[in-house]
Unconditional design. Structure first.
Length: 266
């Protein structure tokens, strides 16, 4: 386990102060270094307006993150994958907002210098993928299956720790192709993207939900929710959103996350 305290002077009153410091749990979908770089401004934004310290924490992998969420309610504020939220809900987490986006897709890319142009060309090839419990992995497996390819039979899946690692795997020739979510691909260097071709794109899934644990009282929950929903109209909030490549946050419905979980794990 690792965590990074975000500390500062705290004011005298806050609905969240009895819980100080708040633990902001973030799914390990990128490397630890990238996660800290991207979400420290987010934690600082929450700290400033909630007037309590906020501590970023993650886990070594998706499985452990889900276990800590489900069994320990380890995180006060939870930033988790859409298909993992239903389990968090059963553990007592309350949905407060979601990333304002039409949805997320996973893609499969291959080096332009390769002879892989379509899904059919993947047969007998090695495809880099992220952790098995990740949304990207589930979307990709379903897409392969829907198109007549059986994962780990027709296509060998090579598990990598992050989206970036998956992309670099085929870029460096370790695998024949790579699969990852579209946002990390778009964030990759222009040089890397120029060397790859997108050969497939999956269906859309809801974007990331944010929820709070039962330790967070109703007043604190309301403060956090308000801060998220108005980020796109506060100058500081806008800067944080740009840093995280988000447009903003919106009200979301829990059943949408249950639907995607049922659909991908059926």
């Amino acid at each position: 386990m690792w965590c990074y305290p975000i500390t500062s002077h705290t004011a005298e009153t806050s609905s969240c102060k009895p819980l100080a410091p708040l633990t902001f749990g973030i799914l390990p979908f990128i490397s630890a270094e990238q996660l800290v770089e991207r979400f420290t401004p987010f934690a600082q934004y929450l700290r400033k307006y909630l007037k309590v310290p906020v501590r970023i924490e993650t886990a070594p992998n998706f499985l452990e993150f889900a276990r800590r969420t489900r069994e320990q309610q380890r995180y006060d504020i939870l930033f988790t994958a859409p298909h993992l939220y239903p389990q968090a809900s059963k553990a007592g987490y309350r949905l407060i907002a979601g990333v304002d986006s039409p949805g997320m897709r996973a893609i499969i890319v291959a080096p332009k210098k390769s002879n892989i142009h379509t899904l059919a060309d993947l047969k007998g090839k090695r495809l880099a993928s992220v952790q098995p419990m990740s949304l990207a992995s589930l979307l990709i497996k379903k897409h392969l299956t829907d198109n007549g390819l059986t994962p780990d039979v027709d296509v060998t899946l090579v598990i990598t720790p992050t989206h970036d690692a998956s992309l670099l795997s085929s870029y460096h020739g370790v695998t024949d192709a790579s699969s990852l979510m579209r946002p990390p691909y778009n964030a990759a260097s222009q040089t890397l993207r120029d060397s790859m071709r997108i050969i497939a794109e999956t269906e859309t899934a809801p974007h990331i939900p944010i929820s709070v644990s039962t330790r967070v009282n109703a007043a604190c929950e309301a403060e956090i929710t308000a801060l998220l929903l108005k980020m796109d109209i506060i100058p500081e909030g806008k800067n944080v959103l740009q840093h995280n490549r988000f447009v903003g946050f919106k009200h979301v419905i829990a059943k949408d996350y249950q639907r995607v979980r049922d659909h991908l794990l059926e």
